[in-house]
Design a binder for this molecule. Structure first.
Ligand SMILES: *[C@@H]1O[C@H](CO)[C@@H](O)[C@H](O)[C@H]1NC(C)=O
Ligand SMILES: *[C@@H]1O[C@H](CO)[C@@H](O)[C@H](O)[C@H]1NC(C)=O
Ligand SMILES: *[C@@H]1O[C@H](CO)[C@@H](O)[C@H](O)[C@H]1NC(C)=O
Ligand SMILES: *[C@@H]1O[C@H](CO)[C@@H](O)[C@H](O)[C@H]1NC(C)=O
Ligand SMILES: *[C@@H]1O[C@H](CO)[C@@H](O)[C@H](O)[C@H]1NC(C)=O
Ligand SMILES: *[C@@H]1O[C@H](CO)[C@@H](O)[C@H](O)[C@H]1NC(C)=O
Ligand SMILES: *[C@@H]1O[C@H](CO)[C@@H](O)[C@H](O)[C@H]1NC(C)=O
Ligand SMILES: *[C@@H]1O[C@H](CO)[C@@H](O)[C@H](O)[C@H]1NC(C)=O
Ligand SMILES: *[C@@H]1O[C@H](CO)[C@@H](O)[C@H](O)[C@H]1NC(C)=O
Ligand SMILES: *[C@@H]1O[C@H](CO)[C@@H](O)[C@H](O)[C@H]1NC(C)=O
Ligand SMILES: *[C@@H]1O[C@H](CO)[C@@H](O)[C@H](O)[C@H]1NC(C)=O
Ligand SMILES: *[C@@H]1O[C@H](CO)[C@@H](O)[C@H](O)[C@H]1NC(C)=O
Length: 590
């Protein structure tokens, strides 16, 4: 919010335009005749919905060719902690009971700006079998065994930067590697460059921001509405996409990730070989023409508004009100004859999922137009364009009139995925056709003192009651005070231990408190836009301890495995025993 004011003020001061011709062209969508048999969208059905062909094929190849080894090596890490496991844990994970009983695990990583990206990264590192400390600790390998990985806002920066950088270990993702950041490589997150004023030098910052505006002109001239989200996209690209390092950060002759599309990421080696969990990010609909008086203080939007999902193949919503998806590659297309490509810029998707500017609740567009006008001619904009949201031509125009609130919208107005108060992206993992049995929910929401205290789980529970035919959610406490009082946030907690499929079991990993005796490092403000590398390293290390309960509970890695296989255990007809019985008593909330 303050960021927007800074950006806007700087635009006013800087009259010239610098621009990289290549970035301009690469960010500009193009039109061509649609391929034969093209359909604008795919209805997915209402109760048990259908997945795209691409996703089904990905998940099934992963299950058959990648997961058997992944579960085996995770099991051997858990066994390495020398805690004796019940037979069923080993037989499920070793494959002795067949691929059908492998757990379907989804990992969800929340919003909360840099804090959430870093905390989420720290948890993923603790689950990453490629990190020797993580493997030795007994949680390593779970990331490799997951079927889905979802993110929103700061969590979406993490998930999308990881997928496009070819799924590096978190250390390399965050800090880059030597030789990184050359034209097409990943140079690290560069958190030391503020997301508002990267250099702290007025002239440099002004030139930088003007350059970001210049880079999106091609999209504007091609007839697509541009908004603050497009400017935000260029800024995020310099942190979370290939092509930027400390040496070329201000060099506007470089593309800095322009032209890198969400559909294009399918070609990245790790994705092409099914060697990463299927990535999904989400955003919320502000539904401009819906009912704006439903927009609450701070830009909060109603829980019933559609949640839109973006994956490599498709963009749309499984919410029963829409229940339709359009192809990601042709995002921006609104009829079956002229197809748009190049609209699905990964930077724009990152910006959509983290579009916090809607907290302006701008009914007065004149005000924003005036701020942007001096730099770029926005007079060709359609009237009523919501300049504080990410604007997408609506492929679902006319669908489900009466139930789908964006049905009459020429443009979708999409905003930060956490603006409906659900800051953990659980919705995609509740879609029954995905068959997710266990969800590891990483929560870095700022509820109290910058720490998470369950508000997001409460919101998810409430939201599922609006769509009972589609989603099923385990019981959780009804207030943040309850979460705190029952100590459910000072360490991981399991929810849904007594529920059964299709209700998933939730392994809640909150950024709730440092381990006893450690200073509070991970509860920084969501408005902190810049971090030193040392501060980030400190947060990652502390998060590692919070996720592995290092030195606090030696049984924790075994307990985690018990929770992961618990739905599969029911399928085998086994009863909880041994350490799993103790663990469930200790970590389940009932
Ligand atoms: C587990 O036991 C093996 C063999 O006794 C030993 O080498 C190893 O250090 C033990 N691991 C842990 C984490 O205690
Ligand atoms: C699962 O595998 C174990 C080990 O091979 C076997 O003893 C058990 O009978 C199997 N359970 C079922 C239900 O197939
Ligand atoms: C990004 O760079 C990494 C190397 O840092 C490379 O492996 C990956 O393929 C690149 N991604 C894209 C989409 O070009
Ligand atoms: C819009 O929402 C408000 C608040 O929920 C409600 O009072 C009002 O009746 C709604 N208006 C329309 C036209 O639906
Ligand atoms: C948001 O804007 C709408 C429409 O202009 C208005 O009715 C509503 O009161 C605003 N909400 C806040 C919190 O300002
Ligand atoms: C289809 O959409 C394009 C813009 O993407 C537009 O130029 C064209 O007129 C539309 N065609 C029809 C038949 O509506
Ligand atoms: C909208 O904003 C402009 C510029 O700040 C201002 O002059 C105008 O009075 C505002 N209109 C309304 C209806 O608030
Ligand atoms: C939903 O569909 C999937 C895939 O077709 C199937 O595996 C699953 O059992 C179904 N779930 C329910 C609750 O019917
Ligand atoms: C972080 O937590 C500590 C201890 O609870 C508190 O003193 C501090 O104010 C918190 N920081 C933020 C930014 O909320
Ligand atoms: C919560 O933790 C505190 C400190 O560790 C302890 O004193 C308290 O008894 C715990 N409360 C519950 C309900 O377990
Ligand atoms: C493994 O994780 C530890 C703990 O956070 C970290 O210090 C180390 O750098 C990581 N190693 C690699 C290779 O990523
Ligand atoms: C959940 O199951 C456990 C063990 O089966 C039982 O002890 C507990 O009472 C159950 N809780 C609820 C709320 O049903």
């Amino acid at each position: 919010m303050s960021l927007f004011k800074i950006v806007a003020t700087l635009f006013l001061l800087y009259p010239q335009i610098v621009s990289s011709k290549s970035a301009v062209a690469l960010y500009t969508p193009s039109h061509s005749p649609c391929p034969d048999g093209f359909s604008l969208y795919r209805p997915v059905g209402i109760s048990n919905q259908t997945l795209s062909e691409g996703e089904s094929a990905y998940v099934s190849s992963r299950k058959n060719h990648v997961l058997p080894e992944a579960w085996k090596s995770y099991l051997s890490n858990v066994e390495g902690t020398n805690v004796s496991l019940p037979g069923y844990v080993s037989s499920i994970l070793s494959g002795a009971n067949g691929t059908e009983v492998y757990p379907t695990l989804g990992i969800a990583t929340s919003g909360g700006g840099w804090r959430a990206a870093i905390f989420g990264g720290g948890v993923l590192n603790a689950l990453d079998g490629r990190n020797v400390s993580s493997s030795r600790n007994g949680a390593g390998g779970l990331l490799q065994a997951a079927t889905y990985l979802t993110g929103l806002s700061g969590g979406a920066w993490l998930v999308t930067s990881m997928m496009q950088a070819n799924f590096p270990v978190i250390h390399d993702l965050v800090f880059g590697t030597s030789g990184g950041g050359q034209s097409s490589r990943f140079g690290g997150w560069l958190p030391q460059y503020s997301l508002a004023t990267p250099s702290d030098d007025l002239v440099t910052d002004v030139a930088y921001l003007a350059g970001l505006v210049a880079d999106i002109q091609g999209k504007h001239l091609a007839g697509f509405p541009i908004t603050i989200a497009d400017i935000w996209a260029g800024n995020l690209a310099r942190h979370f996409l290939n092509g930027t390092n400390g040496a070329n950060f201000y060099d506007f002759t470089k593309a800095h990730g322009a032209g890198l599309t969400l559909s294009g990421v399918a070609k990245t080696a790790t994705f092409a070989s099914f060697n990463e969990p299927f990535p999904i990010v989400i955003a919320d609909s502000k539904s401009n023409g819906g009912n704006k008086s439903n927009i609450l203080v701070g830009g909060q939007i109603p829980l019933t508004n559609p949640i839109y999902e973006f994956n490599v193949y498709e963009m749309g919503s499984y919410d029963p009100t829409l229940a339709a998806f359009a192809q990601t590659k042709y995002m921006g297309t609104t009829n079956g004859s002229t197809c748009v490509t190049g609209f699905d810029q990964l930077s724009f998707v990152q910006a959509t999922s983290s579009d916090v500017f809607t907290s302006y609740n701008t009914t007065n567009l004149t005000a924003i137009l005036q701020l942007l006008d001096p730099i770029i001619d926005l007079t060709l904009l359609e009237p009523n364009i919501e300049l504080d949201a990410a604007v997408y031509p609506n492929p679902f125009y006319g669908v489900n009139k009466g139930t789908y609130i964006d049905s009459d919208e020429t443009y979708l107005n999409l905003v930060d995925g956490g603006f409906n108060t659900e800051s953990i992206p659980l919705q995609p993992l509740l879609v029954q056709a995905r068959g997710v049995e266990v969800i590891l929910a990483i929560d870095a929401t700022a509820d109290v003192d910058g720490y998470a205290a369950g508000s997001s789980l409460i919101a998810s529970q409430t939201r599922t009651t609006f769509f009972p035919s589609a989603y099923s959610f385990p019981p959780v406490p009804s207030s943040v005070d309850d979460f705190i009082e029952k100590n459910l946030t000072s360490r991981p907690t399991f929810f849904g231990c007594n529920s059964s499929s299709p209700t998933p079991l939730i392994i809640y990993v909150p950024n709730g408190a440092p381990l006893p005796g450690q200073p509070p490092l991970t509860n920084t403000s969501s408005d902190q836009l810049e971090y030193s590398l040392m501060e980030v390293q400190g947060m990652l290390d502390q998060t590692f301890d919070m996720a592995t309960l290092r030195g606090v509970d030696d049984d924790w890695p075994a307990c985690l495995a018990c929770a992961v296989v618990d739905r599969a255990r029911v399928m085998l007809g086994a009863i909880r025993s041994g350490v799993c019985e103790t663990c469930m008593k200790e970590y389940c909330w009932s």
